[in-house]
Design a protein around this ligand. Structure first.
Ligand SMILES: [Zn+2]
Length: 442
């Protein structure tokens, strides 16, 4: 393929769309600033209706039919347990075309907490500009993706075209607090929003994987707690008790020494950054004991297991169970008792390499960045899981492409390069929409 071509578009159409995307960049940046200034910190999930309205109003101005999808308050407890009863409002929009293709583009507009304010040089909700970068919580993850996906449609329109197929956009809540179910993308899936009769051909989620990368997958995750039960005794007579803390610590040690080397040998070279390419098990929270002179009768330990394809959560559970069963077979631990509880799990999510949207994204990325597109897996998990793993039948052609950079997300002074990240992402998305859905004169 000619490195300067995008399927279905001629040179003058490409030039017109790129020109109009560049002309719209200041407007796109100021829309991004207005999104950053609405503090949507999650948890607990502040000001969702205000942020949804900003997105919805902008989409209305581009001709979209906009609907707001509210989670009923009686479901808050189950779908938004950390939400403190605050409203859960998603926004979804459609701009129908005559063609038979439909592309859905999605972003989440909740952001993680700013953390310790004294570690920020910039106001986390100030959207300050400095040396071509905009600073603020959500600047990369992922209000920039939402701004780019919306302005990409405007870029096509301002270039004098109409999209032939149908384009849909959604802004959802509560991505950052994960969950097997949630009040955002998970709720939309449960409500039948992505039902097969709507014939959505492909989904792009505009998370910040970098303007040069197509992300086709995320790793798996298993979070859980083991609670060990023993028997209390006076600290001067430990042999009369059963020390639950010792059991927990022995388990942590054995799991690390027996499973650790096995996991370290499981590598997925597509994961970015390289430090996330191996499967891992980390123990992250330990609770036990009430005073120094009592043998603890309860100890709980939480773990964070990250899986690489083709590992499955069922296998990961069994490996941990095997460590415990192995301990129970030892005389020292034969009366050991424990309970197991999971707080979050997802299998790895994988999209195919041969969906038509992939070729379109590759050529648009090549044209705009001058480099071959990367083909990567994201280290955490994201809303792709709901469309690829939860939804039946799945929308397998669900990919992540968006401006921003993984190295700055969830950090102090999160930022985005307006010209090189937001601007390039905007151009790539505009060309992708035009190529995938086709153009007609406005
Ligand atoms: Zn995100």
């Amino acid at each position: 393929m000619d490195p300067c071509s995008v399927p279905g578009l001629d040179a003058s159409q490409i030039a017109a769309i790129r020109h109009s995307a560049r002309a719209l960049l200041p407007g796109c940046a100021s829309f991004l600033a207005s999104l950053i200034k609405v503090d949507t910190t999650n948890p607990p999930g502040r000001h969702y209706p205000e942020c949804a309205a900003l997105i919805g109003d902008k989409l209305v101005s581009l001709g979209f039919d906009v609907q707001y999808i509210d989670v009923p308050p009686e479901s808050y407890g189950e779908l938004a347990p950390l939400g403190e009863g605050l409203p859960r409002r998603n926004v979804a929009a459609r701009l129908g075309g005559k063609g038979d293709k439909t592309l859905h583009v999605n972003g989440h507009f909740d952001v993680v907490p700013a953390g310790t304010l004294s570690t920020w040089k910039h106001d986390p909700f100030g959207a300050e500009l400095e040396n071509g970068r905009m600073y603020g919580r959500g600047s990369s993850d992922m209000k920039s993706g939402i701004a780019a996906q919306i302005f990409a449609v405007e870029a096509v329109q301002r270039a004098g075209f109409k999209l032939k197929g149908s384009i849909e956009q959604s802004g959802v809540v509560d991505e950052e607090t994960t969950g097997v179910r949630n009040a955002g993308m998970g709720f939309l899936v449960e409500q039948g929003f992505f039902a097969p009769e709507r014939k959505i051909d492909a989904v792009i989620i505009t998370e910040p994987l970098g303007v040069n990368n197509i992300c086709f997958a995320h790793r798996g995750t298993l979070w859980g707690t083991y609670t060990f039960y023993g028997r209390a005794a006076h600290g001067s007579m430990p042999s009369l008790g059963r020390n639950a803390l010792h059991h927990a610590c022995a388990f942590v040690h054995l799991a690390n020494t027996t499973l650790g080397p096995k996991l370290a040998a499981r590598r997925d070279p597509t994961v970015i950054p390289p430090s996330a390419q191996v499967a891992s098990l980390a123990f992250t929270v330990l609770n036990s004991g009430s005073n120094v002179n009592t043998i603890p009768d309860v100890a709980s330990v939480q773990f964070n297991r990250r899986l690489v394809y083709p590992e499955t959560i069922e296998e990961a559970r069994k490996e941990l169970r095997d460590v415990l069963e192995g301990m129970k077979a030892m005389e020292e631990f034969e009366d050991m008792r424990w309970e197991y509880e999971e707080s979050y799990q997802t299998d790895p999510a994988i999209a195919p390499s041969d969906a038509p949207i992939v070729g379109v994204l590759q050529s648009a990325i090549g044209l705009v960045t001058g480099k071959d597109a990367g083909w990567v897996t994201t280290p955490g998990s994201d809303d792709q899981r709901f469309l690829v793993n939860t939804l039946k039948p799945p929308i397998k052609a669900t990919y992540i492409y968006g401006p921003g950079n993984l190295s700055v997300i969830h950090t102090s002074d999160e930022s985005i390069d307006i010209e090189n990240e937001l601007g390039k992402g905007l151009e790539v998305l505009a060309l992708t929409f035009a190529s995938f859905l086709g153009l007609e004169d406005a």
